[in-house]
Design a binder for this molecule. Structure first.
Ligand code: AP5
Length: 212
């Protein structure tokens, strides 16, 4: 299974990617996580990406395409993968196609903009392993402590309301057109985000035509 997840910031791509990865036993490749990790490690990529991320802009296509090209060569990708956050522009989608990769399905998770700010303002992320929580919808067992690695939960810097507004604009301008791009190829499916994570998961399974 080679799957692309599309959706606005905070639509729940990362949350559903985790569930699907377990279901299909394939890795999640999140360009956002790769870049955040590079920021944390202060690598050359991290330094290049910092300004873009802080402003809610996309990192340049050539940088992200190279990240994906290298990542997809790794052994754990042999049986498929879930791409979370890539492609995000038409040139990125064209580059993926030029790599001769046959994508099975593109799942777009639809959530209205009005809901996004609430979702994102409640999001907390583990500063160590990156696991994601929500103050209301996905609480950790112990307040502010990660269930997975006991790291401290923090708020992402690009989750500030003004930056989220910018990220939403960028999504509508540059990423949403990919729905038409993949619809034309006959591989787009839609799932509507629900109030509860488990209900969104049901919609996701239905859209992909797999048993829960
Ligand atoms: P990235 O990390 O990909 O951010 P994003 O697409 O903006 O998506 P998010 O991670 O914010 O949200 P999500 O949809 O995964 O939602 P989540 O599951 O966490 O990218 C960050 C930045 O990196 C970009 O701005 C860009 O600069 C750069 N970048 C990355 N990829 C790039 C690329 N290809 N090209 C160029 N630049 C790139 O859910 C959100 C919250 O809601 C969580 O707290 C969750 O618990 C909660 N929640 C989820 N589902 C539900 C539900 N159904 N009901 C209630 N709460 C829910």
């Amino acid at each position: 299974m080679k799957l692309i997840l599309l959706g606005a910031p905070g639509a729940g791509k990362g949350t559903q990617a985790e569930v699907l990865a377990e279901k299909f036993n394939i890795p999640v490749i999140s360009t956002g996580d790769i870049i955040r990790n590079a920021l944390k490690q202060q690598t050359e990529l991290g330094k290049q990406a910092k300004d873009y991320i802080d402003k809610g802009l996309l990192v340049p296509d050539d940088v992200v395409i190279e990240i994906i090209r290298e990542r997809l060569k790794q052994a754990d990708c042999a049986n498929g993968y879930i791409l979370d956050g890539f492609p995000r522009t038409v040139p990125q989608a064209d580059a993926l196609e030029a790599m001769n990769i046959d994508i099975d399905k593109v799942l777009a998770i639809e959530v209205p903009d009005e809901k996004i700010i609430g979702r994102i303002s409640g999001r907390r992320q583990c500063g160590e392993c990156g696991a994601t929580y929500h103050n209301e919808y996905k609480q950790p067992k112990q307040e502010s402590i990660c269930d997975v690695c006991e790291g401290t939960l923090i708020q992402r810097k690009d989750d500030a309301p003004e930056t989220v507004k910018q990220r939403l604009e960028v999504y509508h301008e540059q990423t949403a057109p990919l729905k038409a791009y993949y619809d034309q190829k006959g591989i787009l499916v839609l799932a509507y985000g629900q109030e509860e994570i488990k209900d969104t998961t049901k919609e996701v399974f239905k859209a992909l035509g797999v048993e829960a």
